[in-house]
Design a protein around this ligand. Structure first.
Ligand SMILES: C[S@@+](CC[C@H](N)C(=O)[O-])C[C@H]1O[C@@H](n2cnc3c(N)ncnc32)[C@H](O)[C@@H]1O
Length: 223
């Protein structure tokens, strides 16, 4: 099935509210579990590490990481002000090892060059018109030996499969959220496409794989 892009930033208030109110806890837990697994496999992060969550949205993953790793400085970055407003509101009680910055992906390289020990994203890649940007930004903000974990939807092979996944995983939800989910599946990249992106970026120490019926994961090291 051909990819149909969707807008990059999520700024419409109705869309932001529906996204922020949705329960993504099981997917978020899975992303955090994959990050913990990566750290188990590659060894602990250095002392006082910097963790960057790209396309952090309302802070689902950012806040969990700040709580899980209290010695880390965690930065959530998103280009959408309404998303960051939700993230900031939600994190009021999180310890002060967390901050949110409004930046678009193409603006990040200069700000954080060579500083990150762990770069993560959840559900960002499918928004990007130029997916190679995610890999160049990841490499550019990474310190040597930086860990990376990016998780996203992957594109099904047909519209019938998109419909089946929506019926199975989101049968009842506000219509704006159902539209978002189906548009995101159609805009997502396939695991083969992501594999090619990693090759173009020469990220030889990271690998892409398919997970269950609708996700893909990129995990490894920048090096
Ligand atoms: C589907 S949400 C995911 C939010 C969060 N990571 C989560 O797991 O719930 C994607 C987020 O990426 C942001 N985004 C998309 N393209 C971006 C870009 N080029 N620069 C910065 N943020 C971007 C959107 O504004 C949105 O908040």
């Amino acid at each position: 099935m051909q990819r149909i892009p969707e807008p990059e930033l999520m700024t419409a208030h109705e869309q932001v509210d529906a996204y922020a109110d949705a329960d993504f806890s099981s997917g978020d837990s899975r992303t955090v579990a994959l990050i913990e697994q990566l750290l188990d496999e590659t060894g602990p992060l250095p002392k006082d590490p910097l963790i960057v969550d790209l396309g952090c949205g309302p802070g689902n993953i950012t806040i969990r990481l700040a709580e899980l790793l209290p010695n880390a400085q965690v930065i959530g970055i998103d280009g959408s002000e309404p998303m960051l407003a939700v993230a900031k509101r939600r994190s009021i009680r999180t310890s002060n090892n967390l901050k949110f910055i409004r930046l678009q992906l193409h603006e990040i390289e200069v700000e954080l060059k060579d500083l990150a020990d762990l770069v993560v994203s959840n559900s960002l890649l499918h928004h990007l018109k130029k997916p190679d940007l995610l890999w160049s930004v990841t490499q550019s903000i990474a310190k040597p030996g930086c860990r990376v974990l990016h998780r996203d939807l992957r594109r099904p092979t047909s519209l019938a499969e998109v419909h089946r996944l929506q019926q199975q995983h989101l049968p009842k939800a506000p219509s704006v959220l159902i539209q978002d989910f189906t548009a995101s599946l159609v805009a997502a990249y396939t695991t083969d496409e992501v594999d090619q992106q990693l090759r173009r970026a020469e990220m030889k120490c990271a690998k892409a794989w398919s997970e269950d019926d609708r996700y893909l994961v990129v995990s490894g090291l920048v090096g």
